[in-house]
Design a protein around this ligand. Structure first.
Ligand code: FUB
Ligand code: ZN
Length: 646
């Protein structure tokens, strides 16, 4: 199956991704010393290792992104940077497959020492993913061979080992499952399964964490001292200058809450065996990577008990622990989940990577269950919680994503923890993968993104005006007339009465949204997403047209979410809107009250690359302009709010 994104909103972004973002990211990785670390580990140069212990992962994620981009935008310049980096990684890797520049440079005799904290397995995971992506994109096996050597090392060192041998930051599980998919090598599957099954089963977890924490501290002090010595010996050394960090407002007792979270194991999803993890807790990127891996594993082994746990934890997240943007992680101290309905818009951490991880998870769930709600959430997070992470220029990024900003948050070219930029780039580069799926007699259209798909049952072309306008045209091309079902997702945001669906001009009744017994905390409910099943004999040139009316919707938070009484979030189609100070001079965006009836959608070709704005009036008579949330912060420093008084 092959899918090509052809035009429109996403094609524009993919071009920026391929032409600017990926090269900018490489420059930053070089400038920040991340690539130099590999040269030091390979023995090419004598220098001082820079960056966090998990810095290697950013370089691997870059290679992962570059490979996926290369598949649709082949570019010799990109290819040669990738090649040079692959050769470098091969030289930095120990002959037995191990590679972790933090240990190799600072503690050459240590391995797998502080698994909960120091991200060794996480880094190996991203290395393996890069190997798989590079192979998938180029059919070459040089990077894949490096990945396999690393995976074999892990299997050798961990398979059959006890419950203390699990990673503190999930990721390796996804990597091993991806590697298994292309190699069919059973130990990779078994290793991933063991890592998943062993979580939350170590009765001495807290003790082990305390020991590791103290070891991490000692190692950090040792490095600090070595750095002082290095700086005295090398006065010419110029450290990389990062822009100042973005503000992240913290609720009270943040540190204490984080400590309790960590010691209980919740921060790491180590508090309970996987089938008992039915409430989303802890660090939200870790959480969603774990859930992704569990769903991938369940797709392999069909284990219903795993699927049941996945469904429960998803439901709890969506109903009580997710922002209206689809962002997850409301407690900055732990970069993770708070309590039910604890969704302060200003504290919101909602890291870009957490939204991306949730996309991966939801795609797996959609494949596992064929339920439309997962692709619904995918779409919502794609356009809001995730898309906000990259500026229109492709070279500026947001890491944490509050829904209210009173200042202090701007898009930055780089971060001291630059995990999000390449994660965005690799996900966008792979967007084609998330639009269609098929089985023997059905094709599912999950997303309305202008694209061409070449499947076994048919070729399909989508021309979509989303997210700005609601027209979608789908053309089917079959070599001979053939019977199958075309399943079209009716998004939760589309109203049954005003949506029109025709096939060759003939109207089809629109499936109503299923009723829910529990309203969501955020006011957005992906469970209202559903399928419209068109079963017929398809002929070449058959045309399905969907016309979504896209009215402006005012969403209210659950009454249990503090501080949201009398407020609404304005959405239209899959987009959440916000008030940004730059569009609303002389208006106090945090206290102004909107007149709902005054709101109208207007397409503006020149604004922010061409967008549908929402304009209206405040109760005071002042004009108001709302822009899509994902575009905020593209015009310099500003203040912003998603929730406004009604
Ligand atoms: O720790 C590695 C990555 O960096 C995490 O996933 C992010 O939350 C950031 O801390
Ligand atoms: Zn991130």
């Amino acid at each position: 199956m092959k899918t090509k994104i052809t035009s429109g909103f996403w094609r524009d972004r993919l071009e920026v991704n391929a032409q600017r973002a990926i090269f900018h990211q490489w420059e930053q990785l070089e400038a920040s010393g991340c690539i130099e670390n590999f040269h030091i580990a390979a023995g090419d140069v004598d220098g001082f290792r820079e960056g966090w212990f998990f810095a290697d992962s950013d370089a691997y994620k870059w290679l992962d992104a570059a490979s996926r981009i290369y598949a649709s935008f082949p570019n010799p310049q990109l290819d040669s940077v990738m090649d040079a980096f692959i050769t470098l990684v091969a030289r930095a890797q120990r002959p037995d497959g191990y590679i972790f520049t933090y240990n190799q440079i600072h503690f050459p005799t240590d391995r797998w020492k502080n698994l909960q904290i120091e991200h060794e397995l996480y880094c190996h995971g991203h290395l393996i993913e890069a190997g798989v992506s590079h192979y998938e994109a180029t059919a070459r096996t040089d990077m894949l061979a490096i990945a396999r050597r690393a995976a074999d090392r892990i299997v050798e060192d961990f398979l059959g080992k006890g419950t203390d041998h699990t990673p503190g930051h999930e990721e390796i599980e996804i990597a091993l499952l991806r590697l298994y998919k292309i190699t069919d090598h059973q130990p990779y599957l078994e290793m991933a399964r063991q890592f998943i099954e062993q979580r939350g089963r170590n009765p001495l977890f807290a003790l082990s964490l305390i020991r590791q924490n103290s070891s991490v501290g000692q190692r950090r002090n040792f490095i600090k001292q070595k750095k002082q010595e290095y700086l005295s010996a090398h006065p010419e050394f110029k450290p990389f200058q990062l822009p100042p960090d973005n503000a992240s407002k913290q609720p009270r007792y943040s540190r204490l809450r984080w400590q309790v979270n960590a010691l209980s194991g919740k921060y790491f999803q180590q508090h309970a065996p996987i089938r008992k993890q039915t409430v989303p807790v802890g660090h939200s990127v870790r959480f969603a990577y774990l859930e992704t891996a569990v769903a991938m594993l369940a797709r392999e082994n069909g284990d219903k008990t795993l699927i049941h746990a996945l469904e429960q934890v998803w439901e709890r997240m969506v109903t009580r622990r997710m922002y209206v943007t689809g962002g997850i992680g409301s407690v900055p101290g732990s970069e993770g989940f708070g309590n039910d309905y604890e969704l302060d818009p200003e504290y919101a951490y909602a890291e870009t990577c957490a939204a991306l991880a949730s996309l991966f998870w939801n795609w797996e769930m959609a494949q596992l269950t064929s339920e439309a709600k997962y692709s619904d959430l995918f779409e919502w997070q794609l356009y809001n919680a995730a898309a906000v992470g990259m500026g229109l220029d492709g070279t500026s990024y947001l890491y944490n994503n509050p829904l209210t900003c009173r200042g202090g948050v701007t898009r930055k070219p780089w971060y001291s923890v630059p995990c999000c930029p390449s994660n965005l780039s690799r996900t966008w580069a792979d967007l084609g993968k998330y639009i269609y799926s098929a089985n023997r007699d059905e094709i599912f259209i999950h997303q309305y993104i202008s694209s061409e798909y070449d499947g076994e049952l048919a070729k399909i072309e989508i021309r979509s005006e989303l997210p700005w306008m609601g027209k979608v045209k789908i053309t089917v091309d079959t070599s001979v007339p053939s019977e199958f079902t075309l399943n079209l997702r009716l998004p939760s945001w589309c109203e049954t009465e005003s949506t029109r669906v025709t096939c060759n001009g003939e109207f089809f009744p629109v499936t109503p949204a299923p009723q829910q017994s529990e309203i969501t905390a955020s006011g957005y409910d992906p469970r209202e997403g559903r399928w419209l099943n068109l079963k017929r004999i398809w002929n070449s040139g058959d045309v399905v047209e969907l016309n979504f009316d896209m009215p402006i919707q005012l969403r209210q938070a659950h009454p249990k979410v503090k501080g949201h009484r009398g407020k609404v979030a304005i959405t239209r189609g899959p987009l959440v809107y916000c008030l940004e100070s730059i569009d609303n001079p002389n208006v106090d965006i945090f206290s102004v009250a909107v007149v709902p009836k005054s709101l109208e959608a207007v397409f503006e070709r020149t604004a922010l690359g061409g967008i549908t704005k929402i304009i209206g009036q405040a109760k005071t008579g002042q004009p108001l302009t709302f822009v899509p949330y994902h575009l905020w912060g593209n015009r310099g420093e500003s203040t912003m709010t998603v929730w406004v008084n009604e």
